[in-house]
Design a protein around this ligand. Structure first.
Ligand SMILES: NC(=O)c1ccc[n+]([C@@H]2O[C@H](COP(=O)([O-])OP(=O)(O)OC[C@H]3O[C@@H](n4cnc5c(N)ncnc54)[C@H](OP(=O)(O)O)[C@@H]3O)[C@@H](O)[C@H]2O)c1
Length: 342
């Protein structure tokens, strides 16, 4: 049994991780942590586990986790994970970081978008971006896995196959994305309170969202040429899910058939990406509480645009489900092990 710990286990992604790991047949949870001084019974946060569950979330102690765990998941806010990650790496642990602290390769990009100094810039090159569909081999060897952001996951799965095959322009991509409120985390924020969100819908961080450089980085890496995106995010009055509609300019003479072939080739055999028939589009309900990304696409001939709609659950394929998928790859387990998608 591999021994796992979750740091920041009381938050939204932490709770989802606990739900998956507790049922995973080949791992054991040996540590769940909080900054709070009192221990918290896991069953208080996940009542469905019932009274017989005696797992506790304990006050964070680096030494205690170091003694017990082989794999450490960091579910901390971005800018709070980098120091903790470095310490566990030095102690020889496999670190899967759900924050953004190791996703960007260039320290100047990180510091520009996250507005803090990076305390471990030497680790940015060492970290492997945990997009299983494109970097599976590298993930299998990595000790530091930078789990992708939720919006970036929905976006890159919709775009990379087309860019890699040269079917669309790389510098004219519009990503119009909507997220449920859990995407903002559990911390108090006036903009995500019930009265602001309920029966409301609004755009935020328009063309300024911190996931923009992450999306451009993975698209550029996969396409081997510079990619530029216009990225607009919106808050949906639902708890979970991301729906991203992506508009791309197709190259001359490219037809719907080639777009269809690209998606089917790229995701044939992928356990968690499902491509819909042409002209059929996913909804949040299709993927809620699953680790699937569902994709629908069409070509609008009059404008020469390819339109792709991508749907994920932000807490699963966009965070904790993908993190366990990455752990499975790293530990040599079947990629779907322990990840229930029904
Ligand atoms: N939510 C999503 O959909 C999503 C998707 C992809 C990636 N992510 C990323 O995953 C990470 C966790 O997100 P989340 O949504 O789970 O956040 P969250 O609900 O706010 O939970 C974060 C947890 O970290 C602990 N924490 C908060 N501030 C801390 C600090 N300054 N130092 C140490 N611990 C602190 C808190 O636990 P205690 O108060 O109990 O200590 C909290 O429960 C973030 O970096 C986020 O950007 C989130």
């Amino acid at each position: 049994m591999n021994k796992c710990a979750v740091i920041g286990a009381t938050g939204y992604t932490g709770i989802e991780l606990v739900k998956i790991l507790i049922q995973h047949p080949s791992v054991e949870i040996v540590g769940l942590t909080t900054r709070q001084k009192q221990s918290i019974p896991v069953r208080d946060l996940i009542p469905a586990l019932g009274p017989s569950c005696d797992l506790m979330i304990e006050t964070y102690s680096f030494e205690a986790i170091k003694r017990k765990a082989d794999v450490v998941f960091l579910c901390l806010p971005h800018t709070e994970a980098m120091e903790t990650a470095e310490k566990f790496l030095k102690a020889g642990k496999i670190v899967i970081d759900l924050s953004a602290d190791f996703r960007l390769k260039k320290v100047k990009d990180y510091e520009k978008w996250y507005k803090v100094r990076h305390s471990a810039p030497h680790l940015l090159k060492k970290a492997v971006y945990g997009a299983p569909e494109f970097f599976r081999k590298d993930i299998g060897q990595a000790d530091l896995i930078a789990n992708p952001g939720c919006y970036p996951t929905a976006a890159y799965l919709a775009v990379v196959p087309l860019l890699q095959r040269g079917l669309v322009e790389s510098e004219d991509i519009i990503i119009d994305a909507k997220s449920g409120v859990t995407g903002a985390g559990k911390k108090l924020n006036p903009a995500t309170q019930f009265c602001e969100v309920h029966e409301n819908f609004y755009a935020y961080k328009v063309a300024q969202h911190q996931h923009t450089p992450e999306i451009e980085q993975i698209l550029s890496d996969c396409a081997q040429k510079a990619a530029k995106v216009t990225f607009v995010t919106h808050l949906l009055p639902v708890r979970r899910g991301i729906l991203a509609t992506v508009y791309m300019k197709k190259k001359k003479n490219i037809r719907l058939q080639e777009i269809s072939k690209a998606f089917r080739e790229a995701y044939r055999g992928e356990p968690f990406v499902r491509v819909k028939p042409e002209g059929v589009f996913p909804s949040l309900k299709d993927v809620e509480r699953t680790n699937f990304c569902d994709l629908g696409f069409t070509v609008e001939e009059k404008t020469g645009r390819v339109i792709v709609v991508s749907a994920i659950d932000n807490l699963l394929k966009g965070a904790s489900g993908q993190a366990v998928q990455n752990m499975n790859i790293r530990l040599g387990f079947p990629e779907t092990k322990g990840i229930c998608s029904l």
